[in-house]
Design a protein around this ligand. Structure first.
Ligand SMILES: Nc1nc2c(ncn2[C@@H]2O[C@H](COP(=O)(O)OP(=O)(O)O)[C@@H](O)[C@H]2O)c(=O)[nH]1
Ligand SMILES: [Mg+2]
Length: 708
């Protein structure tokens, strides 16, 4: 296999809603370019890109899959990505290493949430965007409406370059407004070039003027020329468009039917002719923000965007060569792990097929096996080239489940398997929660979590059940209470004696000090689980010696870790020790610890204790037609609506929701909106639970205590 130089490489991520036809289009690219002889289909489960068993089982893509085609002596790396928002981490990884994000739109549905989110992500990371209106052979396919929709959502930068000459079941003809010709395709991907028929001439003229105006607007010199001549020369048009795409000033609109191979060849031509090669894309940045240019003549540095472990292929590491010329046998340094890694083999990958290659140029995508400790987001470089690239911006988890091994004693095996899975998909997070006494897996949605479960079973050969996780409640108090406790034990040997008088009250920012106590010392403790404990010494006349204070604090702290109501952590309390008694012989630290703990506990239950629950800020992005349903459903989940903003044809509903309810929200929202809504959630604060919930929680805790 030939080594392609940077200028002859294009990197493209196919993104967009599930079902838009990305995987099929990818197959069509491979077929049209001759990389495969037979075009697979998603239905027959024989596409190059959806080769994983789980993808075939589910009939949708789950992982980002690298493929490539050779076209017009260029190598086009095409990353097929999954469309459901659960797998958006994969989309982020793919977008990181490409120059162009191709947003595939289902011509029947228009802009869907997968396209929306991908566009937003591409804007954030400054990537070029092209729109491909696909599946134009469907009965209810639309084109002009979607063009309008794109313009109203993303502005006039969205500009038609190819448009269908016929739409629906017989779709086979496309007009290219750059060459001003029509292309008529047959199922084998071949086409005939024809003149634009009379009835489409004025439409073509209209789109062409729009395109040329858009190009001229990006450059003053071009604008002047366009004013003078009324047109641009082919070279001006070509260079102008290329630059405008690279600079995100134009988002070209293209069209296709991947299934029928209509337009695929035109797309590939367009990619090689008009999309930025890696050195023309936005420069890469290191973590300090300094630019690193994509240049084969510089020192080696590469960035890892995917890991995948398969029984028959081993542990594969996928990367982009950002700088230099990667050759087999090289040793590169992983500074994040302080480990040298050897590239014994370099592969280029097409789905499950991999082919060894001697070297790869800057900008190309490759893979290797058997690296020791390198993970996603790591940079590997020549020892003398000190660089760490900015990491992939993975989405934050919004759902969680508790993981329980099916077989007792397999906790470690499950933990290790899930750890490996989390390393492959960094939008998953695993936490061994001491507080909840559960292994918690966090992620983006049910599909992703059940995929992890599937991988656990099939790749790591261990079965686990995913159950509803416990909620990290907190306990606190609402009023001031004073009390004392005498701890006294005199049964044989040395006795124990301690008496502690304690006042407790709620802590809040700016709480005034009590007037009747003399404050002799205070310590503010930031609690590991959030909130504060202020510990105040108000002892007069040495009733308790200073040396016993740490023991009293220890007693209080111990009780604060297992609150009396539900066994949850206690927070936001002020403790005043204002009196006590010692015994010259029997007083010791253990006795004071016990007395401290007991008086704290007794006071606590008298101080109008309450249970707090975590509240999340939830931003739900929902298509207009479902807004009513989503809004009226929120109060049934103790959700409080804070506001609504509109964003294109979406509404963003801002609401607060308790975690206990949020845990059940993902599947509910999915079924309410036909999976067309997405949301993000972020912890904001702890808030009291309603009295009936408090009652239920306390009873459940009591019951669990007697059972144990
Ligand atoms: N009519 C029609 N169906 C298509 C086309 N492309 C894909 N499909 C079908 O749409 C479904 C989803 O396709 P797939 O490629 O998996 O979409 P992805 O989720 O975007 O990867 C499958 O049933 C495909 O056969 C197309 O161009 N025309
Ligand atoms: Mg797919």
């Amino acid at each position: 296999m030939k080594v392609f130089e940077t200028q002859k490489i294009r990197n493209i991520a196919l993104v967009g809603q599930a079902g838009a036809g990305k995987t099929t289009l990818c197959e069509s690219f491979l077929f049209t370019s001759g990389a495969i002889n037979r075009q697979g289909t998603v239905e027959e489960k024989n596409t190059v890109s959806d080769y994983n068993e789980i993808e075939q089982e589910r009939s949708h893509s789950v992982f980002v899959t690298p493929t490539y085609v050779i076209h017009n002596d260029n190598k086009i790396n095409i990353l097929d990505t999954p469309g459901y928002s659960d797998y958006f981490g994969e989309v982020c990884a793919a977008q990181k290493v490409v120059e162009t994000v191709a947003i595939v739109i289902n011509a029947q549905n228009g802009i869907e949430v997968g396209a929306e989110n991908s566009f937003e992500h591409a804007a954030k990371s400054d990537k070029s965007v092209v729109f491909i209106i696909n599946k134009l052979d469907q009965e209810h396919a639309k084109f002009d409406d979607i063009v309008e929709e794109l313009k109203s959502s993303y502005g006039n930068s969205s500009t038609v370059v190819h448009f269908p000459a016929n739409i629906g079941v017989g779709f086979n003809s496309i007009v290219d407004v750059i060459t001003m010709s029509m292309y008529v395709f047959s199922k084998d991907g071949k086409f005939e070039k024809k003149e634009i028929p009379d009835n489409l001439k004025s439409k073509a003229d209209g789109f062409r003027s729009e395109l040329i105006e858009s190009i001229a607007e990006t450059d003053e010199e071009l604008m002047n020329k366009y004013f003078d001549a009324g047109d641009l020369t082919p070279d001006e048009l070509k260079n102008g468009l290329k630059k405008a795409i690279a600079n995100r000033q134009i988002f070209p609109i293209l069209c296709s039917s991947g299934k029928l191979n209509s337009g695929t060849k035109l797309l590939l031509d367009f990619f090689t002719e008009f999309l930025p090669n890696p050195s023309e894309g936005k420069p890469w940045e290191n973590i300090e923000g300094a630019e690193v240019s994509i240049d084969s003549s510089k020192q080696n540095a590469l960035f890892v965007y995917k890991l995948f472990s398969e029984a028959h292929l081993g542990d594969m590491t996928f990367f982009k060569i950002v700088s230099g010329n990667l050759k087999t046998g090289l040793d590169l340094l992983n500074e994040q792990k302080n480990q040298s890694e050897r590239f014994n083999q370099i592969f280029i990958v097409n789905g499950k097929k991999r082919e060894e290659i001697e070297s790869l140029s800057a900008g190309d995508l490759g893979a290797t096996v058997k690296l020791k400790s390198t993970q996603i987001n790591h940079t590997l470089h020549d020892k003398a080239f000190n660089v760490v690239f900015k990491p992939i911006d993975f989405p934050k988890p919004i759902v969680r489940v508790a993981v329980v091994p099916r077989t007792k004693g397999e906790e470690e095996k499950v933990g290790m398997g899930l750890n490996s899975i989390c390393l492959e998909d960094q939008s998953l997070k695993l936490q061994h929660s001491q507080e909840l006494r559960q292994m918690i897996l966090f992620g983006l949605g049910e599909l992703q979590l059940t995929a992890a479960k599937w991988r656990l079973e099939h790749r790591y050969k261990v079965i686990a059940d995913f159950i509803e996780p416990r909620v990290p409640y907190r306990e606190t108090i609402q009023k001031q209470v004073r009390g004392s406790y005498r701890h006294k034990k005199q049964s044989g040997g040395a006795g124990q004696f301690a008496e502690v008088h304690m006042m407790i009250e709620p802590w809040y920012e700016g709480v005034p000090d009590p007037k009747d106590l003399t404050i002799r010392g205070r310590d503010m403790h930031e609690l590991d689980w959030g909130g504060k404990l202020e510990f105040v010494n108000c002892i007069v006349g040495g009733a308790i010696e200073q040396r016993f204070f740490p023991a009293i604090l220890k007693g209080v702290m111990e009780k604060m870790q297992i609150g009396p109501l539900t066994g949850s952590y206690v927070r936001d309390i002020r403790v005043f020790i204002y009196d006590g008694k010692m015994h010259p012989v029997d007083s010791n630290e253990a006795a004071f610890k016990t007395a401290g703990m007991m008086v704290f506990k007794n006071n606590f239950v008298e101080a109008a204790p309450k249970i707090l629950e975590p509240i999340y800020n939830v931003v739900i992005k929902v298509p207009e037609e479902f807004v009513g349903d989503v809004m009226s459903d929120l109060p049934t989940r103790r959700g409080v609506i804070q506001g609504i903003d509109s964003e294109g044809k979406y509404q963003k509903i801002n609401a607060r929701m308790p975690l206990a309810e949020l845990d059940k929200y993902a599947p509910a929202l999915r079924s309410m909106t036909q999976a067309k809504a997405t949301y993000s959630a972020e912890f904001v604060e702890y808030q009291s639970v309603p009295p009936n919930v408090q009652q239920e929680l306390m009873e459940a805790y009591k019951k669990s205590q007697t059972e144990e």
